[in-house]
Design a protein around this ligand. Sequence first.
Ligand code: ATP
Length: 236
Amino acid sequence: MAERSSATRVPSRTELSLVRFENVGLRYGLGPEILRDLSFQIPAHSFQFLTGPSGAGKTSLLRLLFLSHRPTRGLVNLFGHDISRLGKDEIADLRKRIGIVLQDFRLLDHMTTYENVALPFRVMGRSESSYRKEVIDLLRWVGLGDRMDALPPILSGGEKQRAAIARAVISRPQLLLADEPTGSVDPTLGRRLLRLFIELNKSGTAVIIATHDIGLMDQYEARRLVLHQGRLHVYE
Ligand SMILES: Nc1ncnc2c1ncn2[C@@H]1O[C@H](COP(=O)(O)OP(=O)(O)OP(=O)(O)O)[C@@H](O)[C@H]1O
């Protein structure tokens, strides 16, 4: 794969970017800049792996994309909006277009697995009869058919991870962000989950999977965003 300078890459006229970063930097407090001069785009419908050594800033970049961190410098444009101009409500609205799987899963402990996965539909105000089958089918597909009524505290790490993934993909968001989404499952389940992300991408979602797992990346030819020493290298 050839590396292409993100600064010189010109998107075609038909290629819509969901995300555009220009010279973005991020530091925590008074610490060093951990992300430096990031300039790249995420085209609509694209699929990419985000990789790099531990501590390179993958999670931090996903948090910038989810608008839970603000950059310390540079421009972040999400779905055509310059995020520095947005208020809280507008940010909450943009987030509804993003599905996210975090390493700590963030399941709601007082709701069953089924209810957690159905949550995005409930937030949209849809009636249960309109989504019940879809939620059950997806839970079965990720191997949680017999765990639908279980509460998250009694799920294994891998089961929680699959529930978090199902919740992130169920509403087919425009952009899916997943942080080490196969970190807690065995290779067979990992392949199955990768297929789920690929299918989601084929139905129109742009997908960004942060991973260290070379075995996972080798299973699917995709764009790679590689973080190294604070900088991002894009391999098309
Ligand atoms: N909230 C925070 N406050 C201060 N420093 C932080 C914070 N979050 C992350 N860092 C630091 O920022 C750097 C990048 O961390 P980050 O978690 O983004 O890396 P990563 O590539 O996702 O790592 P891993 O692969 O180990 O999950 C690390 O040096 C980390 O210690």
